[in-house]
Design a protein around this ligand. Structure first.
Ligand SMILES: *Cc1c(COP(=O)(O)O)cnc(C)c1O
Length: 478
């Protein structure tokens, strides 16, 4: 293909935008020094499961635009629903007023959610939905005349980046800096069986980790408002998949001690684990449930905290009794977002999305199987369409690569020329394709990732042992 004047023009525009980005933008969760040293990838369009950059290059959206996209980009039904709502009402406050899309959506979510979660509180992101759950749980006890100022969290948990959500988080890389600002919590081990904190094997590791809750609640349960858990998968920790029964056991222990159970389905909700909500796999009925990422199909920012009537009723009183939930934002319950969420739920039905998942999940597992033998893959974890590939310097000892090599980031970088976008968590390469991704696209995504893992690990090895022969034979054929 010859480059015409149009291409030159595009190159110039990309360079101008890149320079402005690097001059003015502070990106989230991004080491900015490295960002300034690299050429930013500028995405300006998307179609289906592909993102398209300012140079017209296409990339498979291997992490659903950070775990939010569900049915692909530019889905006609969702686009149309947003446009249609825009022609009526873009925004009106949700404090003291209400509107049709939020009303319809709340009813649909209450019907869809596991258990008896009848009340829906809207906010704009996952972290906010968790903050709301914490306030609800704490106030619930206060309104009943009990002071319960603490929460139980899991090690390796991620519930968002605001201070309350960070207080119940457990990922040192993200959270350590802020420790002095956080409220006190009790913690139980993470069901990270590959590196079991209790030194046990899979699956007894995970169940023993859940059992630790009983000890904590026996000791200080009367000070605990709620236990907060990511069901089945600790996402941001590196797609740590809990053994079957882990969630069920936590729910049973919380119930036994009369402590509220908050389930954070921000990552796992909307089909990601193979069912609409992860709780359904183990028949768990939480008192509070947080949802966000996939709620609008990945189109607009919206989250929700769902509560049982038992929790809600504790807030019913005259204003002067001060049981109001003092929480809410300028854009709470935004109608455009609610319209997108309604369309998202419609697509789940009209395209029978959940029924299509078992075949896709199995196909993805088949595609990933060869990676388990890779000399630098310690473990491939998969739950539904959530995948974590943990890279290690040494499989036998599980020794990680030195942090300064940034092997996970190198893999992500090396997938781009191969036509895919992935984003790692440390040295765990994450794949979280939209539920709409087809089997041929999944195959391309896994092939690009496998080739990138080869390239990055061979590069890392060359740095580690410059004189040694390259032991990791190229696996470009994967
Ligand atoms: C991403 C995530 C959050 C935070 O959601 P934001 O919309 O990024 O604030 C909370 N909990 C879990 C489990 C998540 O994966």
């Amino acid at each position: 293909m010859t480059r015409g004047p149009q291409d030159e023009e595009r190159g110039e525009r990309t360079r101008r935008l890149a320079a402005l980005d690097q001059a003015h933008i502070w990106h989230p969760f991004t080491p900015m020094q490295g960002w300034l040293e690299d050429d930013p990838l500028i995405i300006e369009r998307a179609e289906g499961c592909e993102l398209i950059d300012t140079e017209g290059r296409r990339y498979l959206d291997g992490v659903s635009s950070l775990w939010v996209n569900v049915h692909g980009h530019g889905h006609p039904a969702i686009d149309a629903a947003i446009a249609e709502q825009l022609s009526r009402l873009a925004h009106s406050t949700f404090l003291g007023l209400t509107h049709p899309p939020a009303i319809e959506l709340a009813a649909r979510l209450a019907a869809l959610a596991p258990g008896r979660l009848e009340r829906v509180f809207f906010s704009e992101n996952g972290a906010a939905s968790v903050e709301v759950a914490l306030k609800m749980a704490y106030s619930y006890w206060r309104h009943r005349g009990e002071e319960r100022p603490t929460f139980v969290r899991l090690e390796n948990a991620y519930h968002g980046d605001t201070i309350g959500a960070v207080s119940i988080g457990g990922i040192d890389r993200f959270h350590e800096t802020y420790r002095p600002l956080l409220f006190a919590t009790a913690s139980i081990p993470s069901p990270y069986c590959y590196r079991c904190p209790l030194g046990l094997e899979y699956p007894s590791c995970g169940l023993a980790c859940a059992e630790a809750l009983d000890e904590v609640l026996t000791r200080e349960g009367d000070r605990v408002a709620a236990v907060v858990v990511e069901p089945l998968v600790q996402g941001a920790a590196g797609i740590i998949t809990a053994p079957d029964g882990h969630l069920r056991r936590i729910a049973d222990i919380a119930r036994h001690h009369g402590v509220l159970l908050v389930v954070d389905e921000v990552a796992t909700g909307f089909g990601r684990t193979g069912k609409m909500f992860a709780c359904e796999h183990e028949g768990v009925e939480p008192d509070l449930l947080c949802m966000a990422k996939g709620l609008t199909g990945g189109y607009l920012p919206l989250s929700a905290t769902l509560a049982t009537s038992a929790v809600f009723d504790a807030f019913l009183a005259r204003p002067e009794e001060h049981r109001t939930l003092y929480h809410g934002h300028s854009y709470s319950g935004n109608p455009l977002c609610c319209a997108a969420a309604l369309a998202n739920l419609d697509v789940f039905e009209s395209e029978a999305v959940l029924a299509s998942l078992p075949a896709k999940v199995a196909a993805l597992a088949r595609l990933l199987a060869p990676l388990a033998d890779h000399p630098h893959v310690g473990e491939v974890r998969q739950r539904g369409l959530m995948v974590g590939i943990e890279l290690v310097a040494d499989r036998a000892t599980k020794e990680p690569f030195p942090e300064h090599l940034q092997v996970g980031a190198e893999v992500a970088r090396a997938t781009r020329p191969r036509g895919a976008i992935v984003r790692p968590l440390g040295d765990v390469v994450v794949l979280m394709p939209p539920l709409a991704m087809t089997e041929p696209e999944l195959a391309r995504l896994v092939a690009a990732t496998a080739a990138a893992i080869d390239e990055a690990t061979i590069g890392a090895l060359a740095t580690l042992r410059p004189s040694a022969p390259q032991v990791a034979a190229s696996r470009e054929s994967l």
